[in-house]
Design a protein around this ligand. Structure first.
Ligand code: KE4
Length: 432
């Protein structure tokens, strides 16, 4: 496969952008090799600057649930742009997106738009601290909530991918206010609360972990977090930046019927443009300026282009009957196929899936339900599988600790191709 243009352009990028990328996981560090520079995408496919086309299972890390450049979104953005791209003043479209989010996400009565998932989670914990007048938060090892200082402790996603779960630059005072529990271990949470009664503002959790690869909540885990938060008068924050509008119309809170106090959102909510949001009960959200004292702001928050793309996307998800059933069928087909080829080739692996979120772990365990088990994965083997997949025209996340995402644009033939190409790759790996 000729990637000479990507090699040249990546070298050029590295001269003016740290690591040649604007987000570390894109640099292929853990899978080695030269990152591919992409110049277009449509439906389930992306194309690099050398003209190589790939079946895409990264889906831009989540936003592309309808596939890339869906006509309805592109047309809407085109029309909105003619009216102006940003005003720095309220618009009706922001109200319409907010009303739609309140309709779709069960626990949200009021919502504030920001520009990324990181801004949403950073703002959500500031709000929780302001509301409870407490300083500490509980997060889970292996969960990722963006690059806010409070979260870069035992973080997942790009942080574990690069072996940097704790980042330099985060001060010890900030780190001291972040307590770490173990995902799916409710006793580890109870222990922290009994050690720091009345000091913990909130628990923040990915209700389905997506940033250590997919790890589903154990039976009773989310319900247990709800009980503990209530018992200690702390807030429960569901970070639904991945799961929101992804595993159900109302996200994980609808899927598991556990209601958080604050929900953070991102990715899908912007329809491919930069949008994050956080929302919850009115009495909590009205602590935010200009109504309350907790400050948060943003020049481009709620800008008309991003709101238009987000509204068209969310409205499609909200009004298309059977959308999630269709996505479930495709995703279940892929899961079954991957499990079958693992069995046929004898490669040690585990497939974890929830809805259209799926991870194939190269891992000796029979099941994977904890971060500790995730960390037994063979990242070298994953790297080989990643490159064999690229050679077969399949673009996977350049990290074992991420989530494969299926979109409405993936056809059954695409899924079947992924499985047959996967079998070819696993056969080669099992012979090495
Ligand atoms: P952004 O700031 O990247 O929009 O969102 C941060 C974030 C917050 N919460 C969760 C659960 C997330 O998954 C993320 C970001 N996800 C990663 C991929 N798993 C983004 C990809 C990247 O870092 O480039």
């Amino acid at each position: 496969m000729d990637i000479s243009k990507s090699i040249t352009e990546y070298t050029r990028a590295c001269k003016v952008i740290p690591g040649g990328v604007n987000s570390p996981v894109r640099a292929f560090k853990s899978v080695k090799g030269n990152p591919l520079l992409i110049n277009k995408a449509k439906g389930a496919r992306i194309e690099d600057i050398d003209g190589n086309s790939y079946l895409d299972f990264v889906s831009s890390w989540g936003p592309a649930i309808l596939g890339h450049a869906p006509d309805i979104v592109v047309e809407a953005i085109r029309e909105a742009a003619i009216q102006g791209t940003t005003y720095g003043a309220p618009t009706i479209m922001e109200t319409e997106v907010a009303e739609l989010i309140c309709e779709m996400v069960p626990s949200i009565e009021m919502v504030r738009m920001v520009n990324s998932g990181t801004e949403a989670t950073m703002s959500a914990i500031r709000l929780a601290r302001g509301y409870t007048k407490r300083d500490k938060i509980v997060k889970f090892a292996g969960c990722f909530h963006g690059h806010g200082d409070s979260f870069l402790i035992k973080a997942g996603s790009g942080a574990i991918t690069l072996g940097l779960p704790d980042s330099p630059g985060v001060t010890s005072s900030v780190a001291n206010d972040t307590l770490i529990a173990d995902y799916n271990d409710i006793h580890s949470v109870e222990k922290l609360f009994s050690s720091y009664p009345d000091q913990i503002a909130a628990i923040i959790v990915e209700p389905v972990a997506g940033n250590m690869g997919v790890v589903r909540p154990a039976r009773g885990f989310l319900e247990g977090l709800r009980i503990i938060a209530d018992k200690y008068n702390s807030l429960l924050i569901f970070d639904e930046v991945i799961t929101g509008f992804r595993i159900a119309k109302g996200g994980a809170q609808e899927y598991y019927n556990v209601m958080p106090d604050i929900t953070t959102l991102g990715k899908i909510i912007g329809g491919g443009l930069p949008v994050g949001a956080y929302g919850g009960k009115k009495n909590i959200m009205e602590k935010l300026a200009p109504v309350g004292p907790v400050y948060q702001s943003g020049t481009l928050s709620g800008n008309p282009l991003a709101m238009t793309a987000g509204f068209v996307t969310l409205n499609y998800l909200n009004s298309t009957h059977g959308f999630y059933d269709m996505l479930e069928q495709k995703s279940a087909r892929l899961e079954a196929g991957l499990k079958l080829i693992l069995e046929k080739t004898g490669v040690d692996g585990v497939v974890n899936r929830i809805g259209s979120m799926l991870t194939l772990f190269f891992n000796p365990n029979k099941t994977i339900n904890t971060f500790q088990e995730v960390m037994m994965s063979d990242t070298e083997l994953y790297a080989k599988y990643f490159h064999l997949s690229l050679e077969n025209g399949i673009y996977l996340a350049p990290s074992q600790f991420e989530t494969m995402l299926i979109s409405a644009a993936h056809t059954d033939d695409d899924i079947d191709y992924m499985i047959s190409a996967g079998e070819k790759s696993l056969n080669l790996l099992s012979q090495r």
